[in-house]
Design a protein around this ligand. Sequence first.
Ligand code: FAD
Length: 283
Amino acid sequence: MTNKLTISCEFFPPKTDKGIATIRDVRQQLAPLNPEFFSVTFGAGGSTQDNTLDTVIEIQQAQATTNIDAAPHLSCVGSTAESIRNLLHTFQSHDIHRIVALRGDLPSGMRDPGDFRYANELVEFIRKETGDYFTIEVAAYPEVHPQAESAHIDLTNFKRKVDAGANSAITQYFYNIDAYLQFIDRCQQQNIDIPIIPGIMPINNFTQLARFSDACGAEIPRWLRKQLEVFHDDLESLQAFTLDFLTDFTEKLVEQGVPGLHFYSMNRADPTLTICQRLGLLD
Ligand code: FAD
């Protein structure tokens, strides 16, 4: 079952010593999944960028023993070409060979988009500056990016990133398998043949998830929303329910032959570990 299925996990950069210790612990707990890489998000426009760098350097330094690559996310909006070039050199000097290349969103109050308008320009720049040194992942949106004028235009824009040299894509999270499958079909019609890895978002808190989903354009199906609403503050029951739901959901994706699974870990080992354990993906 696990033959070609690649697993990766995403963290957000810790800001405190306690957060740093938590990630170390979570990395250790997730290691038995043999993830291909641990990625670390990057705040567009400045915030938390040093924390991202420190975290990926630590992950990459451990690579010799863990065999798990570090993959910094790199969002270009609000950046100059010079600052991105410097970051690429820094990654190279730490033997980091992967990047999740993104546009990001300009923080409110920031007006200058900088030297890059869209992620395809960043991918192009990385290839121009460093050739094939980096394996580049980009973002994909089975339910359409919230700013896109249409699904078709969004797909055309996704293809620009692939044509610019992306090796693989990770999707925005979704809870509707048909949306993913249809997206894959539409990609095939456009001759997009890179792996498109579904991003799996655990559900730890309904209010947070609903707010985030509205902002990023991920739909929580009505039946699921109605089920989740019932739990109110009973987080334990909500988590038990969502673990069952996500196990079933992930199993269906695996049955559909997805090339991999990317877990938005939210810096927790559970539920990623439990889902994978239930699906027999643990060594
Ligand atoms: P793009 O691919 O540039 O697309 C953005 C919008 O512009 C889309 O509507 C697209 O249709 C349109 N578009 C794209 N190219 C063109 C073009 N050439 N001409 C005209 N229109 C175009 N954000 C962070 O800040 N930090 C992170 O670490 C981070 N990690 C993420 C990881 C994943 C797996 C995903 C799915 C998202 C992540 N995000 C992160 C969020 C992401 O930055 C936002 O969704 C952002 O709004 C779009 O980024 P993008 O790289 O998909 O942009």
